[in-house]
Design a protein around this ligand. Sequence first.
Ligand code: NAD
Length: 260
Amino acid sequence: MTTAYYKNKTVLITGGAQGISLGMAQAFAREGANVVITDADKEAGQEAVERLLKEKLKVVFMACDISQEHEVAALMQQVGENYTQLDVLINNAGIADPFIGDLDEMLLSEFDSILAVNLRGPVLCCKYSLPLLRKAEHGAILNISSTRAFMSEPNTFAYSASKGGLEALTHSLAISLAQDRIRVNAIAPGWIETGEWQKKSRKYKPQHTKDDKEQHPVGKVGTPEDVAEAALFLCSDKAGFITGQSITIDGGMSVKMIYK
Ligand SMILES: NC(=O)c1ccc[n+]([C@@H]2O[C@H](COP(=O)([O-])OP(=O)(O)OC[C@H]3O[C@@H](n4cnc5c(N)ncnc54)[C@H](O)[C@@H]3O)[C@@H](O)[C@H]2O)c1
C-alpha cells in the first residue's frame, strides 16, 4: 500500500521492537509516519531503531512495560510532549508463547501475568492514549489478537482467553469511542514467522517443512509484511467505514475443513 495518508501522522506500536510489530513499524514509517516504538525490552528497542534509521525513517524508541499502569501513563505523557496528537495506536505487545501447561497444575500468578500483558495492557494503553487520539482528526486503534481467540490446541487457555478478551474489547471500544471518531479494529494472525525480525540474540533463520507450508491453503507460512499490509489499510481513511471488526490473516488455515 502506498498512500499519502500517513505522511507526518504519529503511530505508536506497543511491543514494537521485534517480531510482527517491527515489520509494521517499518511499513508505517516507509509511508511517511512518525513511528514511536515502545517495548519492555530496551536492548531490542535500541536495535530496532538502529535498523530503521539505516533507511532514514522517522522512528523513536520509548521504553514501557504495558502491564504497569504508571509506566503506560508516563509513556503517553512523553508521546504528548513530543507530538501534538496520536493518529494510530497499535496494541501489539504480548506474551506470544501460547502454552501454559495443565490446568490442574497452573499457578494463578501465571494466568494473571498473561492477562496483565495481553489484555489489561491494551486497556491501559487505550485509556491513557485517549486524550491524544481525540486530538487526531480520525484516530484509529488496532488490536493484534490471534486465531487462538477462536480455536485452540490443548493447554493454551490463558493466551486464548486473553486474545478472546481482546476481540471483545475491540467491538466494545469501537462503540464506546465512535463519538470521538476513533475507529477500533483487530487483526487475528495465524502462524507468522518472525525469525528475521527478532533482536540479534533471538534472531534465527526460518526453516519451514513442506508440511508447514502445505497446512496453509495459500501454501506458505505468514510474514510480518502480510500483517503490516492489512494494518496500513485498517488504520487509514480507506477503511473509514470499518470499525469493531477483526480480520483473520492466517493463509486460510482456520477455515480449512479437516476430516480424519
Ligand atoms: N507470531 C505469531 O505467529 C503470532 C500469531 C498470532 C498472534 N500473535 C500476536 O502478535 C503479537 C506479536 O507477536 P510476535 O510473534 O511478534 O511476538 P514477539 O515475542 O516477537 O514480540 C513481542 C514483543 O512484545 C514485547 N513485550 C512483551 N511483554 C511486554 C510488556 N509487558 N510490555 C511491553 N512490551 C512487551 C516483547 O519484548 C517483544 O518485543 C503478540 O500479541 C502475539 O500474541 C503472533
